[in-house]
Design a protein around this ligand. Sequence first.
Ligand SMILES: Nc1ncnc2c1ncn2[C@@H]1O[C@H](COP(=O)(O)OP(=O)(O)OP(=O)(O)O)[C@@H](O)[C@H]1O
Ligand SMILES: [Mg+2]
Length: 378
Amino acid sequence: MVMKAIEESLDNIIDKMVGVVEESKDEIFQISEDARTEYEKLVLELNTTKEKVLHYIEAEEILTKEVQASKKRLSIVSKYFDQYSEDEIRQVYEKTHHLQTKLLMLRQEEKALRQKRDEIERRIVSLERTINRAEGLVGKVSVVLNYLNNDFQQVNEIIKEAKEKHKFGLKIIQAQEEERRKISREIHDGPAQMLANILLRSELVEKTMRERTLDDALKEIKIVRSLIRQSLHDVRRIIYDLRPMALDDLGLVPTLNKYLSTVAEFHNILIDLTDLGSNKRLDTQYEVTLFRLIQEAVQNSIKHANATWIHVKFENTEEYLTAVITDNGKGFEMDKKREDTFGIIGMKERVDMLSGKLVINSKPGKGTKVIVRIPCPK
Ligand SMILES: Nc1ncnc2c1ncn2[C@@H]1O[C@H](COP(=O)(O)OP(=O)(O)OP(=O)(O)O)[C@@H](O)[C@H]1O
Ligand SMILES: [Mg+2]
């Protein structure tokens, strides 16, 4: 429950963070776009201003020449003033004055234009800085977003995995306890009771020998012997269930053969084993893993699928150990989350430990196929 709450609130927090960061990214992007539009406008304005300055300079050059010419004329007219009428002199004077004033104005306007040009250049430089900064920020924010969307999401996965592992650990302890209870009950009900019975019977043999005929005593001994045989059978079965010693003595395939035929007989179904192996013995760890995997898959086919036929295929090449367990049972919905079942999780764990792969194909009504592939030990 606590884990689930943590997971959900973590999901919420991440979602909110992603939202805020995405909004910020959009805003920064907008700022950089606005700055860029302004920048382009200013570049245009700068160009026209520069052109205008050039025009002014040209106009000033022409006007300066005119002023010089006019001044020259004025000095001539002033020098030989007796040769010109008062009107003529005044006209030359006024023209010179007018031209000079015009030139002064032009110069002032040009100066103002230059100032404007410098100001635009300054603003362009500062806008360039803003655009660069905004673009840098968008990049950084994208990195944060990526982190939030990918790496951070993995935290949730890790928590989920840890939760499953935790549950699995508990289930192992439970399973151990259950196993012990089962074994003690089996020994109690089977061999222990049988031994008590044998003890009683052996006393009866003694009594019969003393009080009745030898034949009667022999009959009793026969009964005792059959009880001992049955106990022996029970003890062997219990040992086999605990861990088939044949696995250590004979190896995987002979043990599987024996196990599968016992199961088939007990449940009255058809189980066949195709062995494409090389008869080579494998590391104990590999043999135990494969045996338990096949055992779990077969038990699932019997317990859940109502299968009437199960096929086990085992292949052992240079590269891979492969086991395929197919049943003709009712199949199941693969995506359905199941609480508190650990058979398949345990299979995955075992396969993971040997760097292998487990694939289960199943569909309601279509049977189930479990495929295990483990790389061979080097
Ligand atoms: N061969 C199959 N056919 C139909 N359903 C299956 C088969 N194998 C597994 N399932 C379904 O998948 C579920 C999970 O299987 P899993 O082995 O993990 O758990 P379990 O067998 O229910 O319990 P456990 O193995 O822990 O005793 C089963 O409860 C069953 O519904
Ligand atoms: Mg199971």
